[in-house]
Design a protein around this ligand. Sequence first.
Ligand SMILES: C[S@@+](CC[C@H](N)C(=O)[O-])C[C@H]1O[C@@H](n2cnc3c(N)ncnc32)[C@H](O)[C@@H]1O
Length: 362
Amino acid sequence: MIGSLEIPRSRAAQARLDFVGGLMAFNSTGFGPAMGRYYRDNEDQVADPADIRALGDLMERAPSYRFGAFFERHNHARMFRAILDILEPQGDKARSWLDDCNAPGSLGSLELAPELETPRYYRNIEIHTQPGNYHAEFAGFLYHWMISPFLVGRDDGDEMGWNLARAVPKGDYRRILDLGCGIGKSAFPYCELYPEAEVVGLDYAAPMLKYGHKLAESRGLKVHFTQRLAEDTGYPGGSFDVVSAVWLFHELPGKARAQVVREAHRLLRPGGVFAIMESPPFKVLQERYSPLSAFLLDSTGRRMEDPFLPGFLAEDRVRLFEQGGFSEVRDLALPNELTGWGFGGEYFFGAYPWWATLGVRT
Ligand SMILES: C[S@@+](CC[C@H](N)C(=O)[O-])C[C@H]1O[C@@H](n2cnc3c(N)ncnc32)[C@H](O)[C@@H]1O
């Protein structure tokens, strides 16, 4: 992994990281199924599976849920602390590694905008309890090193980004923009699927972009990273063929979500495609896949400082796209390596797909 290559870890630090990471994964693979069993054994006590509060009352009586919820918050904090304990003593080295960007011979580029202000809605929160949020100096490391155990290693090949990129109908695309690209995981697949295209990764947070730039270069992928706001990018209208976003929308308040959809519409040339991927809406989870998962996503959003997630999962995405001007809007169930949906498995508390929404600019 790039971080461990450039920023050495002692054997003890690695052991601590592995231990905390192993516990993090076990919370999903061990406690998840235990919660699922409890729910299936007791679901007849809930009159309406779409009643998230009633599910909460039931699950609050399950030792597996009570411990898992307590554990999630505290183990996450331990994970971030373990990472910072590696980085902080060699802070200068980590900083100069991050700042060593746009080196001669770089494939891609990094364009920073120091004057860009942090969106107001992130000023007082730490999304996912990540210390300092995405704009703290070591955010890229914190995100990358945490996400692997959090997703039980099932996104180490950027599977989630690949799933959405493959779901975008094939075309002769020249310019592709990934909004909220973070460290680039959701932008990278486009470099391989469309080697002739210019791939742009946009994010408001410089530390994520710096890390993404290093990661892309180390993988031989040509991505142009740029620090801008997804709701007001500053690019000319009609300048992209595809605009995408993976895991951005659930972290935005409702007003910003609507602005980003309108901005994507403005940025696309006629016939261009806008595609996003997230967890399925509550209604879809409850009616088709896993009411317990709806409750767990809602509760984790509240517990883990993802304050806009419940509102987003309650929203009608097709309507959101249509109101932003898109045509031919459709939802699409995508394979989900994490929960096992599409792979014949059922890990965690219940299998469900990733949920894409696609629209066309006419
Ligand atoms: C959950 S991460 C997803 C990162 C990436 N898409 C992936 O799949 O790995 C969300 C990203 O969206 C970025 N973000 C959040 N709000 C944004 C906004 N208004 N404009 C641009 N980027 C934003 C965050 O900085 C973060 O890097």
